[in-house]
Write a protein that binds this ligand. Sequence first.
Ligand code: ADP
Length: 502
Amino acid sequence: MTVAMNDLDSINPATREFLQATHHNYINGHWHPAASGKTLAVQDPATGETVAHVADSDAADVNVAVAAARQAFESHSWRTMKPALRERLLHRLADLMEANTAVLAELESIDNGKSAAIAGAVDIACAIDCVRFMAGMPSKLNGSTLKPSAPFLPDTELFAWANHVPIGVVGAIIPWNFPTLLFCWKLAPALAAGCSIVIKPAEETPLTALFMAQLIEEAGFPAGIVNVITGYGHTAGAAISSHPGIDKVTFTGSTEVGRLILQAATGNLKKVTLELGGKSPAIVMPDADLDIAIPGAASGIFFNHGQVCTAGSRLYVHRSIFDKVVDGVADIARNMKVGPGLDPTTELGPLVSRTQQERVCAYIAAGMEGGAEILAGGTIPDSSGFFVNPTVFVNTSHDMSIVREEIFGPVLVAMPFDDIEEVVGQANDTRFGLAASIWSRDISLVHKLAPRLRAGTVWVNCHNVIDAALPFGGFKESGWGRENGMDAVKAFTETQTTVIAL
Ligand code: ADP
């Protein structure tokens, strides 16, 4: 099958204008090329062609950005601004994002490969929602009053309070799978807490972060509060995670890089939040409503081409309905419209890069060599883009790499189970613990099963439902800490206790 090319003639004039512009880092309210003068090429994954160049920053640029963020933080231009005014600025940013949804969605599509239509409806909509949710927080970030006893001061009356004060300068390192959404997951709570921030998007997908920087400038945030620098992980990213001037680093990406970031953070013992990999189980019980469970399991793995840390990549189906469910999912996989992201009929776009395509294909080959059987996909279409057809494996076992490792592509492994004990053991037989889903109409069973799953989020009769109000993060090697909800804002604060001897 041959896949059509992306039609760049059809994009919004504003998207084209942005692509054709020269792209620099946004530091201290100004646009600067990398100090080295180097740039890196940005590819359209649907064609493999270069669509833009951005700054290839290194430690020198990170130093300048961190100094700007530190000065802005210490200047009180943001952290002591009245909460209502900070909220207004965040809402202004959300308004600008809303007005520019089509451009953000197209840039996301051209940068990452995903469908522009889905990016607009999901990624950008959720990103705006996150900014609005966090915009409500500055006025609600209350501390508590405390009544200490201090038995060694019998004659002194004491009064105390504990406050959440901004942690300081934040370094944010984000991946390529949801560039705008994860930019906002880091930016919005950090700003709501009163911090300044240096953000580095992934080298594969820097465009929407730079477009967001334009909107941040237009919204009128004080200079230096938000700094966006582009570059590679081993240079710019490593400089952020080891920088002594950064108080907290927040990272989303692979477990392997999460470990490197943690090690780099030990120098000044900066606080760390990590959202890492997953190998999430979807469990279909014999009583499940299969009209919901079959398409739900398919979208659980194939949404965003499987490049989702919570992807339901291991499907466990009760043996009594195994063939029906797995045939149904394989049928959906076979009929998915694979195509370029700018085609509104596309259901599954290319993977983000040639490297990612090769990585996913290597897993598929390993699965086949190990004796697993392919029910759908397992191939790549005829295209210069980085496509992989949606793939469903059966006859797999828990010692195979396709069952154990995060593939981060449209590859599902399906396995039958006979009873609850067996499926709980299998679902938890992983070093990851990010998410899980249960498909069942039995409310008692769901209540008993959900807490036995070692996962940060358990979905019931749905998968991949994320929201700014819902704490999100992993057990085990899936990470440290939680994003979203009020907890996410508190994660960008230190608790400060003040004690008064009256
Ligand atoms: P993936 O494996 O999904 O490509 P990575 O975890 O490699 O994701 O990358 C996620 C982010 O981490 C990107 O912004 C990347 O540049 C950055 N990164 C990669 N290596 C390092 C590193 N050694 N130190 C800091 N950041 C890194």
